[in-house]
Design a protein around this ligand. Structure first.
Ligand code: AMP
Ligand code: ZN
Ligand code: FE
Ligand code: FE
Length: 280
């Protein structure tokens, strides 16, 4: 029986399950706890917490922030108490950028209305949502085709958004009362030495944990990450990065081939760390 999943996206960002629906699925799976980690927003927490009471699933409030460090490094934050203005500002920057993308599309005569998109897709809208709209309008075959044709850098509808740098993002999570955790370390395609450099850099700014178990990571990769976490004195976390139908291969709680299995004990350590931080 699986115990927890600490990396879940909902309709508040780019997942396809509402927070309540994600909690219901977690309870069906028999999960004891689940974290909501939407991109750049904590807008799903209240609904998830209320559903968690109804379904008997412990809800961990979280967030996932994309940061700039050569490659885009993702930092998870757990048990944030409130977002400091810098983090809250990310969603506003996104909004302004998205309005510009929608305006470019409208200027080309496409029936794209950003207010409608917000009603439909939630508050953390990104280029993947524009990709879906382009697919629906018959202008692309798939979301990745829409990126290749319209949304990638140098394409017609690309508008950059401000990305907060790595150091500042880790610090901002701490200042928001959250425990910062390095997400999915293998996604950055780094060699051992580079990953160690990244870990040390993050730790200098307050990193407390590393995501050691993740959808698609095999037993050898997990052993490597766990030994790194132990070596650096970092907490271990794990989660699926469930996005519902937007990443159909990934299942809540269990990953891609059932490889994911995250012990409740890891959450206890994480929670203790948050309590320590909140007492300061
Ligand atoms: P945004 O933060 O709104 O600029 O969108 C960035 C997100 O778009 C990333 O997190 C990826 O999930 C997604 N993305 C970036 N490039 C591609 C691509 N070529 N195909 C599909 N999704 C992509
Ligand atoms: Zn996502
Ligand atoms: Fe991520
Ligand atoms: Fe994620």
């Amino acid at each position: 029986m699986r115990e927890i999943d600490l990396h879940v996206h909902t309709t508040v960002s780019d997942g396809t399950c509402t927070p309540r629906e994600a909690v219901r699925r977690a309870s069906e799976l028999g999960l004891r706890a689940m974290a909501i980690t939407d991109h750049d927003t904590i807008g799903g927490h209240a609904e998830a917490m209320s559903a968690g009471m109804d379904y008997g699933v412990e809800i961990v409030p979280g967030i996932e922030v994309s940061t700039r460090y050569g490659v885009a490094v993702h930092i998870l934050g757990y048990y944030l108490q409130e977002l400091i203005p810098l983090l809250a500002g990310i969603i506003n920057d996104r909004d302004r950028r998205n309005e510009k993308i929608a305006a470019l599309m409208e200027a080309d005569g496409l029936p794209v209305h950003y207010e409608d998109m917000k009603r439909r897709f939630g508050e953390a809208i990104g280029r993947p949502h524009f990709g879906r709209v382009l697919v629906e309008l018959g202008l692309a075959d798939s979301v990745s085709d829409a990126f290749a044709r319209f949304l990638s850098r140098d394409r017609r509808y690309f508008v950059p958004r401000r990305i907060v740098d790595l150091d500042t993002s880790v610090e901002a999570i701490v200042q928001s009362g959250g425990v910062p955790v390095l997400a999915h370390p293998f996604q950055y395609k780094m060699k051992d030495a580079e990953l160690r450099e990244l870990i040390k850099r993050c730790m200098d700014h307050g990193l407390r944990g590393m995501e050691c178990r993740y959808s698609g990571y095999d037993a050898r990769q997990v052993r490597y990450l766990e030994s790194l976490a132990e070596e650096y004195g970092l907490l271990k976390t794990g989660g699926s990065d469930f996005h519902g139908d937007n990443k159909p291969l990934i299942s809540l709680g269990t990953g891609i081939r059932g490889e994911l299995d995250v012990p409740y004990e890891w959450l206890e350590r994480l929670h203790e760390e948050a309590e320590k931080l909140h007492k300061k």
